[in-house]
Design a protein around this ligand. Sequence first.
Ligand code: PLP
Length: 413
Amino acid sequence: MSVTETGSAHPEAYAHLAAEAAKLDAQDVLRDKRAEFVLDEDSVYLDGNSLGALPKAVPGRIADVIGREWGELRIRSWTESGWWTAPERIGERIAPLVGAAPGQVVVADSTSVNVFKAVVGAVRIARGRDEARDEILVDAATFPTDGYIAESAARLTGCTVRPVQPGEVPAALGPRTAAVLLNHVDYRTGRLHDLPGLTAAVHEAGALAVWDLCHSAGALPVGLDAHGVDLAVGCTYKFLNGGPGAPAFLYVRAEHQGAFDSPLPGWNGHVEPFGMEPGFRPADGSLRGRVGTPDILSLLALEAALGVWDGVELDAVRAKSLALTDFFLRCVEAYVPEGRVEVVTPAGHAERGSQVALRCADAAAVMERLIATGVVGDFRSPDILRFGFTPLYLGFADVERAARLLAETLDTV
Ligand SMILES: *Cc1c(COP(=O)(O)O)cnc(C)c1O
């Protein structure tokens, strides 16, 4: 059954929006980037905010890492192939994408583990200045792992956690606040929070701001240095396309590095890792965030994947991201019968990440059927259809097609 038969939209609307999509694609300055990814023409991939598509440079690089670096050079690769320094080298590659000057970003471990390092580290810095600070404010709508880990970090440091909606953080701050853990973009709704304004408010209260950039790194300019962020963490397998389980990154602002006391002081973060000393002496700079032996295969896949950013301006990525989500919202409005879905993502550009979330009845069943048509988004409990828009490999025709197939699917569920 097609939409035209069920009468949800007029055929002229399709022709009109399809023609507009073609025009927007022709003007798209990032359109050649798609050829750097492995994608198929039969589907529209709107799940790059969960697992980015595979950059074409990765398989060959990983074959070389396995066959030559591991297979032939074996242990020599720790030095000769640059394995040992990969965490900080790849950190430097990510740094400009999040607005960080060199020496502040390291790639290691999962996001969850880095949330732990960052929150405990932030609380220790805050309490080192003022022991009376014993409260951690946490984004009440946070991705669950951040909340779970903040709870444990609080128990370990003698603090309590207070869940607060990001917009209410300024009112909740006080002399007892040690640190504030916030998501830059809400993973469920796609709402972008005011990183500059909230960070300034946290500082005014004498506390430290820790930002989780999982849904903004690679999707929009972040400006960590410019906005004075204290510590930050982020995923590399979402908009940075690093591959399933690719290690995350940790940012520790230069001025805090001397006081950053990692709760996971592993031998890789030691100033002399091969001195094999019984006592821990932390390395300087971003290296202090390292823990144990890095997962080289994942790290080097990520490094190869980051090649797609060569020559890309983040402002162009942001402009296209907003144009794609605007266009998707227009197509949804034109094609989907009124009242069938509720747009949860903010309409204002200043409050929108690179994702659109739609609330609807039977969302799980709708998404299952939609995926069967080749439009791949995801479902978030209890009633959210989530669509991620990766500007490097999506076009406007993809967006029009996704909205059209969504409308058709909604008609049949
Ligand atoms: C995706 C995501 C994570 C994932 O954490 P992992 O440790 O990589 O599983 C954490 N926080 C946020 C906000 C996320 O969006």
